[in-house]
Design a protein around this ligand. Structure first.
Ligand SMILES: CC(C)(COP(=O)(O)OP(=O)(O)OC[C@H]1O[C@@H](n2cnc3c(N)ncnc32)[C@H](O)[C@@H]1OP(=O)(O)O)[C@@H](O)C(=O)NCCC(=O)NCCS
Length: 161
């Protein structure tokens, strides 16, 4: 394919698939753009090889534009991180990413999923509520911001049937 064409054409509907070792650098870049304490390439390299960690990527053509990371223990899992490229937000792409990720977890025998979300993170709360997660707890001043501000966390849970 002509390079100008493949750069322009994003490949249509983004797909969610398991990430591999070669995604570590791009995932670290996406994570760093989304979170105050970014995970480095080395941290992703380790997670991508751990058997109890599931890393899915959202790919549009040749570009990785999002990811979801969960850690599994017996029939429970915790979503550790999920993000969409800043330039691709607000298009509903996170829904496909999250629902497919939950399906992959179910395929590994996971029955219950937990996550923590910052109380004021409206896009993330909307997403998780839409996906059937319910609030089961609240942790005061759980997150420490760069400027010293402390933010509350909500603990959410969803059972997979
Ligand atoms: C959370 C995140 C993954 C959502 O991805 P996205 O593809 O942009 O999400 P969507 O377009 O599906 O929007 C999700 C919901 O948030 C709402 N939303 C978007 N921006 C918003 C804003 N600034 N304020 C309030 N709600 C907002 C949308 O309307 C939508 O709700 P709706 O379905 O009821 O209309 C993305 O914002 C992100 O990567 N954030 C940084 C990382 C993060 O916070 N991850 C979650 C914690 S692990």
């Amino acid at each position: 394919m002509m390079k100008w064409f493949s750069d322009w054409w994003d490949g249509g509907v983004p797909v969610v698939e398991q990430a591999g070792a070669r995604d570590a650098a791009r995932l670290a870049q996406l994570h760093g753009a989304s979170f105050h304490r970014g995970w480095g390439e080395g941290e992703f390299e380790v997670m991508l090889t751990e058997r109890n960690t599931l890393v899915d990527r959202l790919r549009s053509g040749r570009k990785v534009i999002g990811f979801a990371v969960s850690r599994m223990a017996a029939d429970e899992a915790e979503i550790l991180s999920l993000a969409i490229d800043t330039a691709q937000r607000g298009r509903g792409l996170s829904r496909n990413l999250l629902m497919t990720h939950l399906g992959h977890l179910a395929g590994r025998g996971v029955r219950t999923i937990f996550l923590e979300v910052e109380e004021n993170n409206q896009p993330a709360r909307r997403l998780y509520e839409w996906a059937g997660f319910g609030v089961i707890g609240r942790r005061e001043r759980y997150y420490q911001q760069a400027g010293g501000e402390q933010l509350n966390a909500l603990l959410m849970r969803r059972d997979l049937s």
